[in-house]
Write a protein that binds this ligand. Structure first.
Ligand code: ASP
Ligand code: MG
Length: 466
């Protein structure tokens, strides 16, 4: 059995969906279980719809556009009974969405619970369409609303999965059907609490759903069909000669996705690793290319590092002062503050002089965290124990990642050597003891040059053919 997840662009149009159906048919003998995202941009539209309704306006235009797009896809692709049934299911769903919007617009209030409910419609619409299409071309498919099988807590918009129950529900619902050669088409991204409230697993989390499903069913492999050829040595928009990586480990994949290489949702690796299920990244629009295989195996690049990833739009917060040396609870207070604000800290550094602690955060959290830290340390700032709590905007973090870096001397020298030679200033540096990742902060203006130079220093580009 293979779990195949198709992302938003892969189901983004009638034409793309045809490709999906063809791919599923090609691998029919491997007993595919399909997981789908919403059609491209639909989740964004749904979020905007919810916001507009909460301001007291009916999002009529956007609702009509959603209606048109889904109806058109159905009438273009499906025929006969499948068309009629799918159309009825989807139109009823769109009516329900309209009612919910009316409710939100009357209340002028938008809880995260309502955001989740509205956001869930994208996948709830795309799954029946894909199932209907597979039926139209002669397969025996059915759609599965993941709210029936993925059980979560009530942390709306970022819900945590209850694995023991989810595993059980997935096996009960899906295994008997697969045994009869039926093809389940599961909605990615969504789940439900024990009380039946709709939840979502985080933006881009359909990948995660695929691996939750794959893990539960102990699939042979999980294939993530997307619109790129695989994980790459760098962002090809920055580095022209970046190349696709044939094999990476779960660890490398996790480091990469945390560091902005948007190939997979970061949580995707967790259920797959637990059951040691390989994940393959494939391109729906170029299916003959091998893609990237994520498993325990890896190919080691000659110079150790395998990929250069980066995150933009960050800021740096510095807590400094010579009095810090005598304040053992400072880190605890800093992190209590960031945790209280649910701000994600991307990188932390503290040199052994203990003179300053430096945090890297998303730009959007910067000011709130800055003010909260100034309040937390108001007394120390006043008495001079702390000199300043300050913020520097326009920062980017670059990470050099690779399993082959572990225990290999010279990784840092190669990275920083080339940057020094090109006068690029490093603002802060961190390397975890896993040694899989050296991360450092640079000014945002230096980001592109930094990625290009480090990629070049580790000779990661495509071999030039003369
Ligand atoms: N449709 C959801 C989103 O846009 C989930 C996904 O695409 O993976 O975030
Ligand atoms: Mg997506």
């Amino acid at each position: 059995m293979i779990v195949m997840k198709f992302g938003g662009t892969s189901v983004g149009s009638a034409e793309a969906m045809r490709r999906v159906a063809h791919i599923v048919e090609t691998y029919r003998s491997r007993k595919p279980v399909v997981v789908v995202s919403a059609m491209t941009k639909v989740t964004d539209t749904l979020r905007a719809i919810a916001r507009e309704a909460s301001e007291g306006r009916m999002p009529t235009q956007a609702l009509e556009e959603l209606h048109r797009r889904h109806e058109e896809t159905i009438t273009t692709l499906l025929s006969g009974k499948d068309k009629e049934q799918t159309l009825a299911v989807c139109l009823a769903m769109l009516d329900e969405l309209e009612d919910i919007c009316r409710g939100i617009s009357l209340l002028r209030e938008l809880s995260l619970r309502s955001v989740d409910l509205v956001s869930s419609f994208g996948e709830r619409l795309s799954a029946p369409i894909v199932a209907g299409l597979l039926n139209t071309i002669g397969m025996n498919a059915f759609s599965v609303d993941a709210r029936q099988v993925v059980r979560t807590d009530d942390r709306h918009t970022e819900a945590e999965v209850d694995f023991p129950i989810t595993d059980l529900l997935l096996c009960e619902t899906i295994l008997p059907a697969v045994a009869e050669d039926r093809i389940p088409v599961v909605t990615g991204f969504i789940g439900a609490t024990e009380q039946g409230a709709t939840t979502t697993l985080g933006r881009g989390a359909s990948d995660y759903t695929a691996s939750i499903v794959g893990g539960a069913l102990q699939a042979d492999e999980i294939w993530i069909w997307t619109d790129v050829d695989g994980a790459m040595t760098a962002d090809p928009r920055i580095v022209e000669d970046a190349q696709v990586l044939e094999k990476i480990t779960y660890h490398e994949a996790a480091e990469m996705s945390y560091f902005g290489a948007k190939v997979l949702h970061p949580k995707t690796m967790v259920p797959a690793v637990r059951r040691r299920i390989p994940i393959r990244i494939k391109n729906t629009f170029n299916p003959s290319s091998a893609g990237t295989l994520i498993s325990d195996e890896t190919t080691v690049m000659p110079l150790g590092a395998k990929t250069i990833t980066s995150i933009d739009r960050l800021c740096l917060i510095m807590i400094e002062g010579s009095g810090l040396v005598g304040l053992p609870d400072t880190p605890a207070r800093v992190f209590k503050t960031t945790a209280g604000l649910k701000a994600t800290v991307l990188m932390i550094t503290q040199a052994s002089s203990e003179h300053d602690i430096c945090l890297l955060l998303g730009e959007k959290d910067g000011l709130t965290v800055l003010h909260a830290l100034r309040t937390e340390f108001a007394r120390e700032l006043e008495s001079g124990i702390l000199e300043a709590v300050s913020m520097q905007p326009d920062i980017a973090v670059v990470a050099v990642v690779g399993q082959g870096m572990k225990g290999t001397p010279g990784m840092a020298a190669r990275t920083f050597g080339i940057l020094g030679k090109h006068q690029i200033n490093i603002i802060a540096i961190a390397q975890g003891s896993s040694e899989l990742n050296i991360s450092f902060a640079v000014s945002r203006d230096d980001l592109q040059d930094t990625v290009r130079l480090v990629h070049q220093a580790f000779e990661l580009g495509k071999k030039k053919h003369s």
